[in-house]
Structures are given as structure tokens and as C-alpha cells.
Design a binder for this molecule. Structure first.
Ligand code: FHN
Length: 456
């Protein structure tokens, strides 16, 4: 039950197909059901893992990449399911996947110029197609496409060269593999036989491919799981899989987009299309871990995979606000691009990402290495803090004065981050009042830096 609601809400297409009454039942089930997939109960993060968690939090901004043979159809990454294609029909797609314009350096250069500190790419999505040279299947980019090369190898090498951490998105859900059985909420139209070996799927196939990703691409940032919501009540052998990852690369972070409260063995809590604790998307848990680093993923337009019909692009200002509000909620932003089948990233994405990079080149101090607070986020904006600085991000406030809640300790100075000019302020037990700098045209975020003497 819970899973179907999550799926319906996750892929906009699925949502339209559900009758209102059924949706209400599902939503009720979504709230009530808390699946039983347990994690790695005896997990103690290694020192290098704790160090990687801090570096992850300091990074604050990453590039999400949804790329696969589904890109050929330009209708998003759920086209297999949305068009109710059978495996035999979908098997045609790799024949047309030949990204002659793919250049890992161009992608990594773009991420860096956009101010992004890590990349998370789909090593395989729900179609089960391996965008890497897996020896465990011939359903791979090397064996089934005219391209015959391993783009993840090229990207990993380039990321290592440029000091960018690379994470692998890995779909636990598989619409192609017959052993993904019993079926979950999706993938019923694929024409696979009603039989299969779930344990073999998990223990040999999935764990086997994860071992390849953790052994053949050098040090990686971590594994970003997705798709457990398809079978929320199944036993996903998480304790075994998580232990395998932590054994092969102790510093690698396990992040799972299961939309539930984090499980033992996970190193980061991620939220999809929502800030931590918010649930406008309808499938996110509102539980916020106070132990784990937080991340929030979102799209530049409305699609994850390349979608020729989606021109609902967010403005550069909206993207800066998304990044700043994430940081103010003590979270990273993982911002998505869906490259075209030829390997190029559309100019509409490039221009917007570079605009965010431009903003970060000026205001990056107020984001990188910060933590959210100390003042709770509000409609007016958010605060971030680092050492003896508090950054007040005024995102939506027209009045010349801004009243903030009390701040522990003493504010000794207030300056505009843009030009360093000193600003008037008062502080007492009732709070802090700031005289804001004049808003400039197209200024996405007026940042006031408070010099702060923390309470003893
Ligand atoms: O179904 C996927 C979807 O295609 C996309 O990968 C997003 C990214 O977070 N996650 C799932 C929906 O929850």
C-alpha cells in the first residue's frame, strides 16, 4: 500500500492514473505503514566514514545526473513503465544509445564551475540497465550499445583527477531482471515470467554489481540507493548489503532514498524534492535525523531524466534560493541534470548552473562549510553559521528592518557580505533588529554577516 502511494507521487505520470478514493486509502496507508526492512544493526561508522560525513556536510552542493538508455526516448526515466513497454520492446533502446559527444571533463568542469563539490550519477536506474561494465549481466552499456565503452570509468577517472567526489546512484528496483520477483508495485507490464529468485537477485546480482562499483572505480563517495519503496515490506537483506559496502570502502557513505526514517548502516538522510521535514512532495518522512548529514535532491526543470517536453525550468534565483534554504535547514542540495543521449547537457541547464556558480563565487563563504542556524528558517529567509560568523540570508523581505529571534552570545558587528559595508543593529533579550542593505536588482539573496561571540 504505502509503496504505491510513494510511487504514484514520485513519478508525476503515475499520479494521474490513480482514482481519488484509491489515492486517499493509499495516502492513509503511507502514513500508517512503517516497513520492516531493518538495516545493519551492529553498525559503527569507521573514523574515515565520520570524516567523510563532515566533508559531505561542508560540501553543501552536488550534481545529480540521471542518464541512461531511457534518454534516447527523451520522455524521462520512467518511460519503460509509463508506456507499459515489455522487456522485449525496451531491449531496442540500447541499440540507439551511442553518446559520441560524451566528455567526462566537460561534465566535471561544469560541476566545478557551478560550485558543486560532488557528483551523484545513475549507475543503473529502475530499467536495471548498467551504465558501467558489469560482468554479472549483458544488460550493460558495454555489451548492448554501439558505444561499447564504460562512461562511469571515464567519469570516475576525471573526478579523481579534479578532486571531485563521485557517488553512484543504484536502483534496488529492477523492471528488467526476471529475478526481481515477487514484483512490487511497479513493473507488471514488462512481460516477465511470474517466477524468479529474490534471494539470488539480492545476494548474487545486486551485491555483485555493488562490489564491482566499489572495486573497479577507485575511492567513491558512496552509494545512493533508490527504489526500496517499490516493495516496502520486503526483506531487502540490507544488513548484508550495507555491511558489504562498509567493508569494501569504509569511507563510502550509504544514502537511501526510501522516504522513511533512516536505518542503521545509513550515513546520510536524503529528502526528495523537499527540505528536511517538509513533505510537499507527499512521500517524504517528516522525521529529521539529528545524527546524520542531511541532503535534499531536486530538479532544474521538473524531470530527472532527459525530457524534451519539459521546459518548466526554475530561474537561477529560484535555484539559489533552493540551495540557500537547504543550507539554512542544515542540508545539502543535490541538483539534477538529465543529459541528452548524445552525451551533451542542454544549454538551459548549463546557463542556470553557471549562474548559481557565479553567485557562489561571491557568496560561497555563507554556504560552504556552514551549518544551519542558529535562528530557525522562516519565510523571510534562513541563517547559516561557521566559526564566529552568522550569515543572515534575506530571501523574501521588503521592509528596511528585520527582526530576528534572540541569538545566544553577543553580536559585535553586522556587515553586508556583498560589499563589507557596516550595518546598524540592536541586540537585546528580545532579539536582534537589523537595518538591511538596499536590495539590488536581481539580487537573489541579501546576505548580512554577523560577527558573533558564542556564549561561553
Ligand atoms: O523513481 C525515482 C525517480 O525516477 C528519480 O530517480 C527520483 C530521484 O530522487 N527518485 C525516484 C522517485 O522517488
Amino acid at each position: 500500500m504505502a509503496g504505491l502511494a510513494r510511487i504514484a507521487l514520485a513519478s508525476s505520470a503515475g499520479f494521474r492514473t490513480l482514482k481519488p478514493v484509491l489515492l486517499l486509502c493509499l495516502l492513509a496507508a503511507l502514513v500508517l505503514a512503517e516497513p520492516n526492512a531493518v538495516g545493519q544493526s551492529d553498525y559503527t561508522p569507521a573514523p574515515e566514514n565520520l570524516k567523510a560525513r563532515k566533508e559531505f556536510q561542508d560540501a553543501r552542493f552536488g550534481m545529480f545526473i540521471h542518464w541512461g538508455v531511457y534518454s534516447v526516448l527523451g520522455a524521462g526515466e520512467w518511460v519503460f513503465r509509463d508506456r507499459k513497454l515489455t522487456v522485449d520492446e525496451y531491449n531496442h533502446l540500447p541499440l540507439f544509445f551511442d553518446p559520441e559527444k560524451f566528455d567526462a571533463k566537460v561534465w566535471v568542469d561544469l560541476a566545478k564551475a557551478s560550485g558543486m563539490k560532488y557528483i551523484t550519477i545513475t549507475s543503473r536506474h529502475h530499467d536495471g540497465f548498467a551504465m558501467f561494465d558489469s560482468k554479472l549481466s549483458d544488460w550493460t552499456v558495454v555489451k548492448r550499445t554501439p558505444y561499447k565503452r564504460d562512461p562511469l570509468k571515464m567519469l570516475a577517472d576525471e573526478c579523481h583527477r579534479q578532486g571531485i567526489k563521485l557517488f553512484f546512484y543504484y536502483s534496488q528496483l529492477d523492471w528488467h531482471n526476471p529475478d526481481y520477483y515477487p514484483r512490487g508495485w511497479t513493473g507488471w507490464d514488462s512481460g516477465r515470467p511470474n517466477a524468479g529468485n529474490w534471494d539470488r537477485y539480492l545476494d548474487e546480482y545486486m551485491d555483485g554489481q555493488l562490489s564491482e562499483l566499489l572495486s573497479n572505480y577507485g575511492p567513491i563517495g558512496g552509494i545512493w540507493f533508490d527504489g526500496m519503496w517499490d516493495k516496502p515490506d520486503a526483506d531487502w537483506h540490507l544488513s548484508k548489503t550495507y555491511a558489504l559496502i562498509h567493508q569494501l570502502q569504509p569511507a563510502a557513505l550509504i544514502i537511501s532514498n526510501h522516504h522513511q526514517t533512516p536505518k542503521p548502516g545509513e550515513d546520510v538522510q536524503t529528502f526528495e524534492r523537499d527540505l528536511p521535514g517538509h513533505n510537499s512532495a507527499g512521500f517524504n518522512t517528516q522525521y529529521i535525523s539529528n545524527q546524520l548529514p542531511l541532503e535534499s535532491s531536486d530538479t532544474v526543470n521538473e524531470s530527472w531524466g532527459f525530457n524534451i517536453g519539459d521546459d518548466k525550468y526554475k530561474s537561477p534565483e529560484e535555484l539559489v534560493h533552493r540551495l540557500v534554504r537547504a543550507a539554512g535547514n542544515n542540508s545539502n542540495l543535490l541538483l539534477n541534470v538529465g543529459p541528452m543521449p548524445n552525451g551533451e547537457i542542454q544549454p538551459e541547464f548549463v546557463s542556470r548552473l553557471l549562474a548559481v556558480g557565479q553567485w557562489l563565487s561571491k557568496y560561497g563563504d555563507s554556504i560552504y562549510g556552514t551549518r544551519g542556524g542558529p535562528i530557525p528558517a522562516g519565510d523571510w529567509g534562513v541563517t547559516t553559521r561557521k566559526e564566529n560568523k552568522i550569515y543572515v540570508h534575506v530571501l523574501d523581505w521588503a521592509a528596511p528592518l528585520l527582526a530576528l529571534a534572540p541569538i545566544p552570545g553577543t553580536i559585535t558587528a553586522a556587515n553586508s557580505l556583498a560589499d563589507g559595508s557596516p550595518l546598524e543593529f540592536t541586540q537585546n533579550a528580545n532579539g536582534v533588529i537589523l537595518r538591511l542593505p538596499q536590495a539590488q536588482n536581481h539580487e537573489a539573496d541579501r546576505v548580512v554577516v554577523l560577527t558573533w561571540q558564542k556564549p561561553n
